[in-house]
Write a protein that binds this ligand. Structure first.
Ligand code: C2E
Ligand code: CA
Length: 550
C-alpha cells in the first residue's frame, strides 16, 4: 500500500468538516483513497478506488461532464496548475448536488505526475454569491433558459492580471477585483445579471440589449476603470478585454453561450487586447483550427516527435561576416495540418502546456547538433529559444545540465534565448535561475529586445550575456523615414557595450541594412541577407562555403 494513504494528516483532514470530502491518488498505480464521509455521501464502492477519474466521472452530471473533463485533463497535462471547478455530482440517493472541486498534481523530478490530491466542498445553498465580490456565481446561470430569452452576454477579463498579482500581492489583487466588480455592476441596467466567472473574469448577461448597447457599455466600463484608486491612494492602471455573444442567435444554451464567450474573449486577448470582440464564424473557424492543431501536435509528440525538425539560421560576426554559430528554430509538419507556421503552432503548444516537452526535445537536438559539428567546423555558438513558461519548470536546470553532460558539450557555446520577456511576473526567481545557469557556463540572451515594454525593466534585474535587438527596428533601416530606428539601435548597442553585454542584431534583410549595421557596434548579425533559416544539410553547405572562402 502506498505511503501517501497511510498518514494521520489524511485522517485529520478527512474528518475536518461535514461537507468537505477529500481524496488522494497515487498516479503511478492509479489508486485513490477517498475519505469515509465521501464514500458514504456519494455511495462510492469503498475507500480505495482504482481508475477513480472514470469512476467519479459517472457521478458527474452529464451536462457538467465537459467542464469537469476539460479542467481535469488540463491539470494532468500540465497546462493548468490547479484543478478548480464547480459541477453537479450524484450522491447515494441519486440527487445531484453542487460541489466545488479543487486539487493539484505533485510531479516527480522528471516532471511525471506522481500524486493528485484535493478536496471537494458541497456548495449547495451557499454558492449563490461569490464571497469576494458579492456577484452571482456561475451555477446560478442554470436558472436562465437562453433558448427563449433574448439579449447579449459579455465575458470580461482583466488583461495581465497574473502580473498584477505578482507585482502587488494577493491582498491588493483582491481589492482590485472588488473595485472592478463594483464598476461592472454599477454600469449595468437593473434587470441585467452579473456573475464572477473565474478569478479575473466576469460575465454580464444583458437581457434585451443589442450589440451597440453592449459596445457602449464596454467602452464606458473601460473609461471608468482605466485608472482605479486603492484605499491607500495608490493608483493602478487596468485594461480589460471582452468577448460577446448574442442569445439565442449565437447560442441557445448555457454551455454554448459560455463556450462562445470564452472563444471570443480568447480571440480578443490574443489578437486585439483591450477590445471587445463579438463571436463570429471566423472565431469559430480559428478555434476549430486550434483544436485540430492541438490534436495533431499531440499525436506527433506521442510518435517520438514525428514531423518536428530544427532549422538553423546563421549568426555572422560583425565586420568579418564569417559564420560563428546559429539560432535553432523549430519547424513542424503534422499528419493532417501541413501548413502551420512556428508562430501559430508554438502558441498552441504554449497554450496547452506542451511547449515544455517539445522544448526539451529542442534542447537535446540543439546540444547534440553543436557537438556533432565540433570536429568539422570547430565550436559554433548554438542558440535555442525558451519561453518563460519553460523556465518555470523546476526541472529545467537539472535537465539542461544532464543533457549537456550526456553529449559532452561546452556550455560556453550554448545560448539560451528567453522569448517573451514581457510575460515575466517573477523576475527575482528568473534572475536566480539565470545566475545558476550562467555559473554553469551557459550563455543567456534576451530575445526581441526593445519591443516588449518591460525590456529595460527586465535588464535591471536579470544578468544576461546577449541582447538580441528585435528585427522590427532593423528591417527597414535603409528606407527613408527610419532615422528614428537608427537612433534606437545605435543607442541600444552603445548601452550593451557600456553594460558589458554582447549583442545580436536580427532582421538584416539586404545589403544596405547590412552596410549600416556593419558600421555599428554589434557583436553578431542575423537575417535573411546572410541566410534564411535552413535545414541541417543546407546549413552545413553554408558552413562549407564559409570555411572554404576563409
Ligand atoms: P524569434 O526567436 O524572434 O526568431 C526569429 C524569427 O525571425 C524567425 O521566425 C526567423 O525566421 C525570423 N527571421 C530571421 N531573419 C529574418 C529577417 O531578416 N527578416 C524577417 N522578417 N524575419 C527574420 P520563425 O522561425 O518563424 O520563428 C518565430 C518565433 O517562434 C521565434 O521568434 C521564436 O519566438 C519562436 N520559436 C521558434 N523556435 C522555437 C523553439 O524551439 N522554442 C520556442 N519556445 N519558441 C520558438
Ligand atoms: Ca529567438
Amino acid at each position: 500500500m502506498s505511503d501517501i494513504f497511510n498518514n494521520e494528516l489524511f485522517e485529520a483532514f478527512a474528518s475536518a468538516s461535514d461537507n468537505v470530502y477529500i481524496y488522494v491518488c497515487d498516479m503511478e498505480i492509479d489508486v485513490s483513497r477517498w475519505s469515509k464521509a465521501s464514500v458514504e455521501y456519494f455511495g462510492l464502492e469503498g475507500e480505495y478506488i482504482k481508475d477513480a477519474a472514470n469512476v467519479w466521472a459517472e457521478h458527474v452530471h452529464p451536462e457538467d461532464l465537459d467542464v469537469y473533463m476539460e479542467d481535469i485533463s488540463s491539470v494532468f497535462s500540465g497546462a493548468k496548475r490547479y484543478h478548480d471547478c464547480q459541477y453537479r455530482a450524484r450522491n447515494r440517493l441519486g440527487e445531484y448536488v453542487w460541489v466545488e472541486c479543487k486539487g493539484s498534481v505533485i510531479r516527480d523530478s522528471d516532471g511525471n505526475p506522481k500524486i493528485f490530491a484535493g478536496l471537494m466542498t458541497r456548495i449547495d445553498g451557499q454558492s449563490k454569491y461569490d464571497t469576494l465580490t458579492g456577484l452571482l456565481t456561475t451555477p446560478e446561470l442554470r436558472h436562465f433558459d437562453f433558448s427563449v430569452l433574448s439579449g447579449t452576454a459579455l465575458l470580461i477579463g482583466l488583461d495581465g492580471f497574473r502580473k498584477v498579482v505578482g507585482n502587488y500581492g494577493y491582498n491588493t489583487a483582491d481589492e482590485i477585483l472588488i473595485e472592478f466588480a463594483q464598476r461592472i455592476k454599477e454600469l449595468c441596467e437593473p434587470e441585467w445579471k452579473v456573475f464572477r466567472f473565474s478569478g479575473d473574469e466576469f460575465m454580464v448577461v444583458a437581457f434585451g440589449a443589442d450589440k451597440a448597447k453592449m459596445t457602449a457599455y464596454y467602452e464606458n466600463l473601460c473609461r471608468e476603470t482605466e485608472t482605479i484608486e486603492l484605499k491607500n491612494k495608490q493608483r493602478i492602471n487596468l485594461s480589460a478585454s471582452a468577448g460577446g455573444a448574442l442569445f439565442p442567435q449565437d447560442a441557445s444554451s448555457r454551455e454554448e453561450l459560455i463556450n462562445k464567450l470564452e472563444h471570443s474573449l480568447e480571440h480578443a486577448k490574443n489578437n486585439q487586447r483591450g477590445t471587445l470582440v463579438f463571436f463570429s464564424e471566423e472565431i469559430a473557424r480559428k478555434h476549430e483550427r486550434g483544436l485540430a492543431l492541438r490534436e495533431d501536435l499531440k499525436q506527433c509528440i506521442r510518435q517520438s516527435y514525428k514531423g518536428f525538425e530544427l532549422y538553423f539560421q546563421p549568426f555572422v560576426m560583425s565586420g568579418t561576416n564569417t559564420i560563428t554559430g546559429c539560432e535553432c528554430l523549430l519547424r513542424w509538419k503534422g499528419e493532417k495540418v501541413r501548413d502551420s507556421y512556428p508562430m501559430e503552432f508554438i502558441k498552441v503548444l504554449e497554450d496547452y502546456g506542451d511547449i515544455r516537452e517539445v522544448g526539451y526535445w529542442v534542447m537535446e537536438q540543439a546540444i547534440r547538433q553543436q557537438v556533432s559539428w565540433r570536429d568539422t567546423y570547430g565550436e559554433l555558438r548554438v542558440s535555442f529559444n525558451v519561453s518563460y513558461q519553460q523556465f518555470l519548470d523546476e526541472t529545467f536546470e537539472s535537465r539542461l545540465a544532464a543533457c549537456a553532460e550526456k553529449y559532452g558539450v561546452n556550455p560556453e557555446y550554448i545560448i539560451i534565448e528567453l522569448t517573451e520577456s514581457c510575460q515575466v511576473d517573477n523576475p527575482e526567481e528568473l534572475s536566480a535561475t539565470f545566475d545558476r545557469l550562467r555559473a554553469r557556463g551557459f550563455k543567456i540572451a534576451l530575445d526581441d529586445f526593445g519591443t516588449a515594454y518591460a525590456s529595460l525593466e527586465m535588464l535591471k534585474c536579470l544578468h544576461v550575456d546577449y541582447i538580441k535587438i528585435e528585427h522590427s527596428f532593423v528591417r527597414e533601416l535603409s528606407e527613408p523615414g527610419h532615422d528614428i530606428d537608427y537612433v534606437i539601435i545605435d543607442n541600444l548597442l552603445e548601452m550593451c557595450k557600456r553594460l558589458g553585454y554582447d549583442s545580436i542584431v536580427e532582421g538584416v534583410e539586404n545589403d544596405k541594412v547590412a552596410a549600416i549595421v556593419g558600421e555599428m557596434n554589434a557583436t553578431l548579425l542575423q537575417g535573411y541577407y546572410y541566410s534564411r533559416p535552413v535545414c541541417r544539410t543546407d546549413f552545413e553547405k553554408l558552413l562549407d562555403a564559409d570555411r572554404g572562402a576563409a
